[in-house]
Design a binder for this molecule. Structure first.
Ligand code: G3H
Length: 501
């Protein structure tokens, strides 16, 4: 029964107040000097109807200190454990996630307003990713390197290069994938022998503590994994700048990423930050395919994916033909509504009415500067109408900001070279997608784009999850993807044997 498995996470009131996991027990806080004030809680508000889903307890600085010290001292023994034991625990994590698929899906839908299908897919993907990590880690081995390869050296010096853990890794997950983008950090960190402090987002934090319970029940030993809750503005700075945190893995906005990087100097960082991903449409593109990918890529989960398409570039002739096809596909593929309803397709609410209001401001300002609303353009509470803007220019607010909502802008360019210039001048560099029937043209054009990944004839996406996933400029630091994440959650340690012959 899910109720029994997750019972001790909260006080079972209506709405419930959730505890956090200090590494060995679920605690309600309030036991020390406050980060804000002792026993403080933060409500988690559903974007669907602004009801309170539950409250999260804010950990105090004293509680965080105590947890981090324990994580630090438990780390060497965890790393020394046979890998096969860590692997077994992670497979059990995957099994429990599968087991509670329905329960976690329902929670996710209400907490973050993701549709049932998209929420379910996040949960299933998390279990599959965890299993894949646990399999892949077994093929990560050290190597030996001999000295005589390098000019001037004889044989006799051998580097034995091993992978070792960083120590205590802080894993900070975002609201849009609070389960999957938590596991994508926690699992590789634990497999590589790190201990982990998990900080879920506020919205998504209830799903986050449920995931934490699964790690505990799967058999992660005491003080190897802990989960603390509290607003980013209350405990975030304290966590990222903590002297006993050895590495930080984070997904969130570029502004927060830049702030964290400044507060965690000389620490290994693995960041997935904002994206403002463009689609470039060549004159020979298959317009039906292009339009479908723009609609799916721009509007799924109401555009709240760092990989969402945010703007489309093409010449006047191409856009004039493409836009009516996009509008027709929107009618077919999108059904705005309550994410709990099976009728809803692609667009439910954004994460809060405040965020909707902020996006509305960017739309209105851009219109004031000459953009034209082709469809949509208004919001009601957290629901933003799926919006297409035309006559957009690269300096408008809808382009210079990461609009985390269902808005796609069209920019007319004289030629494809101008499109590349516009893309390369933005501060973002996650992904771009190029539509052309000539793959060779796409491959050559991809070389001119300064982004992490270029997709040809498909919308941007992180998956398949074993592909490398990275952003350049303000879109990220380091590389994720199964093997790459395992490598990022560890470092090389050469031990050099000197045996002159
Ligand atoms: O929001 C950031 C995610 O990494 C995007 O993942 O492309 O699978 O939606 P996705």
């Amino acid at each position: 029964m899910p109720e029994e498995f997750f019972e001790l996470l909260s006080d079972s009131q209506t709405p419930p107040t959730y505890k956090f996991f200090n590494g060995s027990a679920w605690v309600s806080g309030a036991s020390g000097p406050p980060a804000g004030e002792a026993g403080k809680t933060t409500p988690v508000i559903s974007p669907i109807d602004q009801s309170v889903v539950g409250n999260l307890t804010t950990a105090t600085t004293a509680e965080i200190d105590e947890i981090v010290i324990k994580l630090k001292s438990a780390q060497p023994a965890w790393e020394a454990k046979p890998l096969n034991q860590r692997v077994k625990i992670m497979h059990l994590v995957a099994d429990w996630v599968h087991h509670y698929e329905e329960y976690l899906t329902t929670l996710l839908v209400r907490e973050i307003g993701k549709s049932v299908g998209e929420s379910k897919s996040e949960i299933v993907r998390t279990a599959e990713l965890t299993d894949y990590f646990a399999d892949e880690v077994q093929s990560i081995h050290g190597e030996t390197i001999n000295s005589d390869d390098f000019p001037g050296y004889d044989k006799g010096i051998t580097a034995m290069v091993e992978r070792v853990a960083h120590g205590v890794v802080l894993c900070i997950a975002p609201f849009n994938y609070p389960v999957n983008l938590a596991a994508s950090k926690i699992v590789p960190a634990l497999l590589m022998g790190n201990t982990v402090l998990f900080k879920p987002p506020t919205q998504g934090g209830i799903s986050g503590v449920h995931l934490a319970r699964i790690f505990e029940k799967a058999g992660v030993p005491p003080d190897v994994f802990a989960c603390v809750t509290g607003g980013g503005n209350e405990i975030g700075d304290y966590l990222v700048s903590h002297k006993n945190i050895d590495a930080v893995a984070f997904t969130g906005s570029s502004d927060t990423g830049v702030a964290i990087a400044g507060k965690a100097p000389m620490k290994p960082l693995l960041f997935e930050c904002g994206g403002n991903n463009p689609a470039i449409v060549f004159p020979d593109a298959d317009l039906n395919l292009t339009a479908r990918e723009i609609v799916k890529g721009g509007f799924s989960y109401a555009g709240q994916r760092c990989t969402a398409i945010k703007y489309v570039l093409g010449t006047k002739g191409v856009l004039d033909t493409l836009i009516p096809v996009v509008l027709a596909q929107m009618k077919e593929l999108i059904h705005v509504g309550d994410p709990r309803s099976p009728e809803t397709k692609l667009v439910g609410p954004v994460i809060s009415p405040d965020v909707a209001q902020k996006i509305q401001g960017w739309i209105d300002e851009s219109v004031g500067l000459g953009a034209k609303v082709e469809v949509g353009g208004k919001h009601d509470k957290a629901y933003i109408e799926p919006t297409i803007l035309i006559n957009v220019t690269p300096t408008m607010p809808v382009i210079v900001n990461e609009v985390f909502g269902p808005v796609v802008s069209f920019i007319e360019v004289p030629g494809m070279g101008d499109a590349a210039t516009i893309i390369n001048q933005t501060r973002f560099g996650l992904q771009a997608c190029v539509f052309t029937k000539d793959e060779g043209t796409g491959i050559v054009y991809a070389k001119s784009l300064n982004v992490g990944t270029v997709q040809i004839n498909g919308s941007p996406q992180r998956g398949p999850d074993h592909f490398p996933f990275l952003g350049v400029k303000h879109s990220g630091i380091g590389v994720q993807g199964v093997r790459y994440s395992l490598e990022a959650m560890s470092r090389l340690k050469p031990v050099v044997l000197n045996k002159p012959q």
